[in-house]
Write a protein that binds this ligand. Structure first.
Ligand SMILES: *Cc1c(COP(=O)(O)O)cnc(C)c1O
Length: 397
């Protein structure tokens, strides 16, 4: 009998009851806007900021409308101007180069390694081209952050971290998003907490945070945020910082606060699923597993493997065969962007040269989501299906 998987790769868990209850209370109050507060009330959004800052160990956190908004705000807050070059990963998702383009700046792509992290040698070689690195921890893979920060410090690069896939992760015990000057996170439905849309911006820097708060649309109500730099810092920046509204409202914050309390146990549940799939795939002929370094604490909300140096036809056949058995794999090497996947040469608004070493890797990257609605048995079944189909196509070629 041929086993078929019948689960849904885009089905997330429901919002916790506590979050639903808190959201109802916000709606009953009619006070949804973050600054629509009673005297001395902090409100759901401010409380969430305090709690998220404490969770990652940052001085300041700002809750915003999306992860992409947090990234663009970070670029504005460090003074990136139209025409400036910003280093970023060749392997990432479209909102990352998009945030750079959104302020008229120009992405400069840095290559990817077989560990699916930014190529640090390539970074060192290109570091002189820019003052800012927007580092994407794409699919939750952390580069050697100790070496990366050495390269950045030596070259005088400001590091902004895109932690859309690393909320809850760490390098050598340091929370992801805390090595760079700014960490940005997303709470969009497919990430590690779910408010439909949403995001965070964290930093320890007084002035960067003051600019970010004003940018986010605080008007002169910035003193009512959850984590606030001293008033004199705002005096320095308030006349020069534009309002680019992208606030988070109380409703989303109410949904997120109970999820933050559960985040660590959710991460453990993802990793249990990841390990089952990883174990099931290990040793499959023709398949290259992704190395996870000792220093990395990851969150296995998705899993990747490489079909290195396979022909497009053979990869396509694996995808088709798995799909016919209910297993949805995404391929970063496809000629055309599709679904959520695209690659540096699909972003034609940004100039790029061919990157042969990265192209070889990108061409082989297969990606799969692991929603928490899958059981461990589901994960074992998925791994058996992939193993069988990769093996069958590999043998035939
Ligand atoms: C989702 C995502 C973002 C942006 O998050 P949004 O909240 O959707 O704007 C940024 N980077 C990566 C790698 C992402 O996957």
């Amino acid at each position: 009998m041929t086993e078929v998987f019948s689960g849904n790769f885009t089905q997330q868990e429901p919002i916790p009851d506590e979050g639903i209850k808190a959201a109802l209370e916000v709606m009953q109050s009619g006070r949804l806007h973050r600054y629509n507060l009673q005297q001395d009330e902090v409100g759901e959004t401010g409380l969430l900021e305090q709690e998220f800052a404490a969770y990652v160990g940052a001085k300041y956190a700002l809750a915003v409308a999306s992860g992409g908004y947090a990234l663009a705000t970070a670029l504005r807050a460090v003074g990136v101007k139209p025409g400036d070059k910003v280093l970023t990963n060749a392997f990432t998702l479209a909102p990352v180069p998009g945030s750079i383009a959104s302020i008229g700046a120009v992405p400069v792509f840095v290559g990817v390694t077989e560990d699916l992290t930014i190529d640090l040698d390539d970074l060192a070689a290109r570091a002189g081209q820019s003052k800012v690195l927007m580092l994407s921890h794409m699919r939750g893979h952390l580069a050697d952050m100790d070496r990366l920060m050495e390269i950045a410090d030596e070259a005088g690069l400001i590091v902004i971290e895109d932690c859309a896939h690393t909320m809850g992760a760490a390098w050598n015990g340091r929370a992801s998003g805390r090595d760079g000057l700014i960490g940005c996170y997303s709470t969009q439905t497919y990430k590690h907490m779910n408010s439909g849309e949403g995001g965070f911006f964290v930093t320890d820097d007084d002035e960067v945070m003051a600019r970010a708060i004003i940018l986010s649309g605080s008007y002169m109500l910035y003193g009512r945020n959850g984590t606030v730099p001293p008033p004199e810092v705002f005096e320095r920046v308030k006349y020069e910082t534009p309002n680019v509204s992208g606030r988070m409202d109380h409703l989303r914050a109410a949904i997120l606060r109970p999820q933050l309390r559960k985040l660590d146990s959710q991460c453990a549940a993802w990793n249990a699923r990841y390990e089952v799939v990883e174990d099931g795939l290990r040793g499959t002929p023709g398949l290259t597993a992704i190395n996870r370094p000792e220093a990395e604490t990851y969150v296995g909300s998705s899993i990747q493997f490489l079909l290195l140096d396979w022909s497009n036809e053979a990869i396509d056949e694996v995808l088709q065969r798995c799909k016919s058995r209910g297993v949805e794999l995404k391929w970063f090497g496809g000629a055309e962007p599709s679904g959520f996947t695209s690659r540096y040469d699909s972003w034609r608004y940004a100039p790029s040269e061919r990157m042969p070493k990265s192209d070889r890797i990108l061409k082989g990257i297969i990606d799969m989501r692991l929603p928490l609605t899958f059981s461990l048995d589901d994960c074992a079944l998925i791994a058996r299906i992939i193993r069988a189909e990769v093996g069958a196509v590999f043998q035939a070629t």
